[in-house]
Design a binder for this molecule. Sequence first.
Ligand code: 5GP
Length: 132
Amino acid sequence: MSSIFSKIISGEIPCHKVAETDDFLAFLDINPNAKGHTLCIPKKEVDQLFDLDKTTYNGLMAFSRTVAIAIKKAIPCKRIGLTVIGLEVPHVHVHLIPLNTMEDAQFIKKEKSTSEDFQATATAIARFISTS
Ligand code: 5GP
């Protein structure tokens, strides 16, 4: 059975897209720790990060860097945290989280957002995605 993230890639489930390449997708986390919390995923469905082939692993890290730089430009914060953690979805995902306090990294405090907020945030980040 396809993962929920594969259903997002295929368009079966909607998302607030931030960036996309042939191999990777970035979209806002539906239950964000902080405004701008973004997930970067490979389109190839693999459960665990270190099971990715080297090319996809390196590509995912480079893609995440591009997205993190865009988030930092769009969302006021001290820095962008990167973590690969969690047991919920068996499809590799890099969490990029705008940090103002260490609580933002702890997956305890959640930010409430409307669909309009999500769309505005995704658009603001997407504007800063560098194509070079
Ligand atoms: P983890 O596997 O890292 O514990 O959790 C998966 C992450 O994916 C969570 O932060 C959760 O909010 C997010 N997530 C789960 N289902 C969906 C979904 O359908 N859409 C989006 N945008 N995010 C999701």
